[in-house]
Design a protein. Structure first.
Length: 90
């Protein structure tokens, strides 16, 4: 049973979107799916828009489509895309 490290780029709909609310909902959703060691980083994109970079540990056997599908359903999220996937342990 291997563990992978995943980074997801979450794009809000507008610069005025509450990023802390998105982070809270994203963390809850991913914890329910079994993600561990969740952390966040905010990266400036352009014109005041910031992306949320969410990093966490995930069971390699689990389907990753769950991640993008769940996170993109959060209100005020424009898109969620896995940008890094690499084996961490195992």
């Amino acid at each position: 049973m291997a563990i992978v490290s995943i980074i997801v780029k979450i794009m809000p709909e507008s610069p005025s979107t509450n990023l802390e609310e998105i982070k809270s909902k994203a963390k809850n959703l991913m914890e329910l799916e079994g993600a561990k060691n969740i952390s966040f980083e905010t990266k400036p994109i352009a014109f005041g828009l910031n992306a949320i970079m969410m990093k966490f540990a995930w069971q390699e056997e689990k389907d990753t489509s769950i991640i993008e599908n769940s996170l993109s359903q959060i209100p005020n999220v424009s898109s969620a895309q896995i940008i890094d996937y690499r084996r961490a342990f195992g």
